[in-house]
Design a protein around this ligand. Structure first.
Ligand SMILES: *Cc1c(COP(=O)(O)O)cnc(C)c1O
Length: 390
């Protein structure tokens, strides 16, 4: 048994990130400034989007993107149930109703479930690229445009992810990314919004900083002016140069992180295939899975143990595991908001009952994967040979 705890996620911070943060601290410019500008330019170039706006979190990015589409009281926004609560919380913050829809067996929203949820009050569709694999974005965009609705993508898991050879970030009206500590690249806390629409970009930039007509960089820089106007009551969601200092270097290393995640995922497949009742994540053709998560599903009727027991066995063997996610419709608050006859979630319920995420991050060694897999194999085993698992 291993002596140190293997967490399910860990950031990879290098000396370049550390030196850049130190440089920022010494520069005297801590809040939104030259490093945020550089990070935004680099991020736009990486995703291929025309505009990138750095913000304090993906939650803020989603909030601002919906606010910029004038979502408010009486409106409905369609969100998949298999997501983090932030996706729906921001809809509630705007006084609108999140309309929660079921997902497919891979945890992705489908055009069928989204299509059934569209009403004359729908104002936006927010698909989630669950786990680091793109959902069927072409079909969703087609459905949305035929209904005259904007698609605002929750790409918290999907930085660097590709759909038909193009990186996520330039598909929907706006795309929200996360740099939270466990995500594929991090700034500690942070987020980004991308869009190809110049006027939408300008409105979102304004909303991210109090609704002011100029940002601090423009106000306090040598070429700046003291004058600004408040166009609307915006939010305080700007990114700091300290965060951007980390992000600039994380972005440069992102592709190598993704390659390592893909290697580790392939090793999991090799070492976990053919176990009774254990289903591994499916890779769909035409998409580049960036493996933010490695979610597996244990079917307690054919495996030697259920999900909770497997998580417990991993813990006892010094391995962390997590569950992504407890579906929105299972949370007390969102149970109260469920509306209409579309309040059944058979696929998500079945998925959730056996769902857990195994450790996956670029700093893991091949031996770490072999170790985790050996614990999983012993626990899931074959009911005939391991009757004492539970
Ligand atoms: C992490 C996450 C968010 C929120 O990201 P923050 O940057 O922490 O606000 C939103 N949606 C999904 C699917 C996430 O996993």
């Amino acid at each position: 048994m291993r002596h140190s705890f293997l967490p399910y996620a860990l950031p990879s911070i290098g000396e370049d990130e550390i030196a850049e943060v130190a440089d920022t601290l010494r520069s005297g410019w801590l809040s939104t400034g030259p490093k945020v500008k550089r990070f935004e330019q680099d991020f736009a170039a990486y995703t291929g989007a025309a505009h990138a706006i750095a913000v304090s979190s993906c939650t803020a990015a989603l909030h601002i993107a919906l606010a910029a589409h004038n979502v408010g009281p009486g409106d409905e926004v369609i969100v998949p149930t298999m997501t983090f609560c932030a996706t729906a919380n921001v809809v509630a913050h705007l006084g609108a109703t999140p309309v929660i829809v079921d997902v497919d067996a891979d945890g992705l929203a489908t055009v069928e479930t989204i299509g059934r949820a569209i009403t004359d009050r729908t104002r936006a569709i927010v698909p989630v690229h669950y786990g680091g694999q793109a959902c069927d974005i072409d079909a969703i965009l087609q459905l949305a445009s035929s209904s005259g609705l904007p698609v605002i993508e929750d790409a918290a898991h999907a930085i660097g992810c590709q759909y038909k050879g193009k990186r996520i970030g330039g598909f929907g009206a706006a795309t929200a990314f996360s740099f939270y500590a466990t995500k594929n690249m991090t700034t500690g806390e942070g987020g980004m919004i991308t869009t190809d629409d110049a006027s939408l970009a300008a409105r979102m930039r304004q909303l991210a900083l109090h609704g002011m007509s100029r940002d601090a960089w423009n106000r306090y820089g040598a070429a700046g002016s003291w004058y600004y106007e408040v166009a609307e009551p915006g939010f305080k969601s700007n990114m700091t140069d300290m965060q951007a200092a980390i992000g600039i270097h994380q972005l440069r290393r992102l592709d190598s992180f993704i390659v390592r995640r893909q290697q580790l995922a392939a090793l999991y497949r090799q070492t976990l295939s053919g176990l009774p009742g254990l289903t591994l994540p499916v890779e769909r053709p035409g998409r580049n899975h960036v493996y933010h998560l490695f979610p597996v599903h244990v079917d307690a009727s054919t495996a030697a143990c259920d999900r909770s027991t497997l998580i417990q066995r991993l813990r006892e063997n010094n391995v962390g595991a997590s569950v992504h996610f407890i579906p929105l419709h299972r949370h007390p608050y969102y149970q109260q908001t469920l509306i209409g006859s579309g309040s059944a979630f058979p696929v998500a319920d079945q998925l959730f009952d056996g769902l857990l995420s195994l450790p996956l991050y670029p700093g893991m060694s091949d031996d770490d994967v072999h170790y985790v897999s050996s614990v999983v194999r012993k626990a899931v085993g074959s009911p005939a040979t391991l009757p004492h698992c539970a």
